[in-house]
Write a protein that binds this ligand. Structure first.
Ligand code: MLT
Length: 211
């Protein structure tokens, strides 16, 4: 295998320990593979960083899967692209040499939604996840087995795209599947704010992600 096998445009950054954690950085709609690099470095200094760019273009804006309208997802496309992202992570681990059992997603908005889809699809790609402003990507049946996987959910009480009930439903699904979910609420909207980043940093230290 060589890096031509990695069919996502992506940014890869080796950290201080290839056998340590790798953050899978997943941007929001209209973002690029570079958007969350600084965030990843600050959340977990020294981590390996793998950051693919979404392959769907919505009027020129990169996304990880198609939507029919805001918050209405093309589920067939979502399932196919969730599988492709999982396969990309597996190939990237083989090519770059990081440990595929220590991958933690850090996703914002559309990126958080595909990270939630990786979890709810039972792909076993992730050892943990930080989901900033996620929705419910789909209702899984049956629930996957998430076996205590630590998940941080950052949400805004005034988020015009993600009503509180949707955040709560996602937390309920993840918890019912066995994940260990911490939810952090901010008063604000859909944007990513400093307080929730700080809360995610603290969560990261206490989450026992590599056990
Ligand atoms: C999505 O389509 O994933 C959500 O509406 C969030 C976003 O706009 O990226």
């Amino acid at each position: 295998m060589n890096d031509n096998d990695l069919n996502f445009v992506h940014h890869w950054e080796k950290g201080t320990d290839l056998n340590g954690p790798t953050l899978l950085l997943l941007h929001g709609t209209g973002g690029t593979e570079l958007d969350l690099v600084d965030l990843g470095q600050s959340l977990l200094p020294g981590a390996n960083l793998l950051s693919p760019r979404g392959q769907v273009s919505e009027n020129g804006m990169a996304r990880y899967f198609r939507r029919l309208a805001e918050g209405v997802f093309d589920l067939e496309d979502l399932h196919r692209r969730t599988g492709e992202l999982a396969a990309f992570v597996t190939s990237a681990a083989a090519i770059y040499g990081f440990d595929p059992s220590k991958v933690i997603a850090v996703g914002y908005s559309n990126g958080a939604n595909i990270a939630a889809s990786l979890l709810l699809s039972g792909t076993e790609t992730l050892a943990g996840a930080i989901l900033f402003h996620p929705m419910v990507p789909f209702e899984p049946q049956p629930l996957p087995k998430l076996k205590g996987i630590p998940v941080f959910v950052g949400a805004g009480r005034q988020d015009p795209m993600v009503p509180e009930g949707l955040t709560n439903r996602l937390v309920e699904l993840l918890t019912a599947a066995g994940a260990n979910v911490e939810t952090h609420w901010e008063a604000g909207g859909h944007h990513l704010n400093r307080n929730e980043i700080e809360a995610a940093k603290i969560w990261m230290k206490g989450a026992n992600l590599w056990n």
